[in-house]
Design a binder for this molecule. Structure first.
Ligand code: B1M
Length: 214
């Protein structure tokens, strides 16, 4: 019988080594052995993808390898996601979520979506490379509570400030949470004029909850 650490390691390695079947096998084993799906996702799959990110930065892997790693990650997610406990559904509210214009990095946003989804929040996912104007427009159409913006490049994070300015022009108080690798808590508030920031998908639900209740 495999222990939790061994299963998490295999999920991590499967993503790093781009072995979809290894990930699928370990994900099924995680369910059989009672490993919490959220732990398997965050401490196995996401931790593996973080290592792939570092390898890319070091020039050890390139774009095609990254895409195969992310396919392995999604294969694991497909198995684990339906088993996340219903008891975790404790949030109320609606968020308009998307990756900003010019940016197609959506793995992080999809994980944030997953974490909000499983806690019961109504997530309207606009996808990636979303035109600036669309966020506020959808917010009004959907009568949402907040907007969530993800940006992964220094060249695209400025969109958050543009969207925030558009939100300020509206009569109602539109709150924005921002996240993504080049953003810090400080830059989110001071440079991009966001109301809140979450460093990762695990912490996002708590920050979103606070923002909705403000
Ligand atoms: Co690109 N890429 N990429 N890339 N890519 C980065 C981001 C880069 C840092 C790599 C590098 O050069 N070192 C760099 C940006 C440099 C910069 O501006 N600072 C870069 C570049 C330059 C590019 C291209 C321009 C390359 C090229 O074509 N020359 C191109 C851009 C295309 C475009 O967007 N227009 C490009 C393309 C790609 C791929 C398509 C190959 C692929 C994306 C696949 C996809 O997402 N579907 C890709 C990838 C995978 C990466 C790296 C390797 C990994 C990103 C990732 O998925 N991380 C990345 C290097 C790195 O990060 N070390 C890199 C794993 C993910 C789980 O983490 O996305 O940070 P992350 O999300 C976290 C948190 O940030 C947070 O929670 C998430 C989960 O915990 N978070 C939020 C994210 N959004 C949030 C929102 C919130 C709250 C928290 O509230 C709303």
């Amino acid at each position: 019988m495999a222990d939790k650490e061994d299963i998490l390691n295999r999920l991590h390695e499967g993503v790093v080594e781009r072995e979809k079947e290894k990930v699928e096998e370990a994900a099924n084993e995680a369910l059989d052995e009672g490993v919490a799906p959220i732990d398997a996702i965050m401490d196995g799959l996401v931790s593996g993808m973080s290592e792939v990110g570092e390898m890319y930065d070091e020039g050890d892997v390139f774009v095609p390898e990254i895409l195969i790693s992310s396919e392995a990650l999604y294969a694991g997610l497909d198995i684990l996601k339906p088993h996340i406990s219903e008891e975790e559904l404790e949030m109320e509210g609606k968020i308009i979520l998307g990756v900003v214009e010019g940016d197609i990095h959506d793995i992080g946003k999809n994980l944030v979506k997953l974490m909000l989804d499983v806690q019961g929040l109504n997530v309207v996912d606009l996808g990636k490379d979303v035109e600036r104007e669309k966020f506020v427009k959808k917010f009004k159409e959907e009568d949402a509570d907040i907007i969530g913006l993800s940006a992964m490049m220094t060249s695209t994070m400025g969109c958050i400030q543009d969207i925030s300015e558009m939100a300020d022009e509206e009569e109602e108080d539109i709150k924005i949470i921002a996240g993504g690798a080049p953003i810090t808590a400080e830059s989110a508030k001071e440079d991009l004029n966001a109301d809140a920031y979450a460093p990762n998908a695990t912490q996002a639900p708590e920050v979103v909850k606070k923002l909705i209740n403000q």
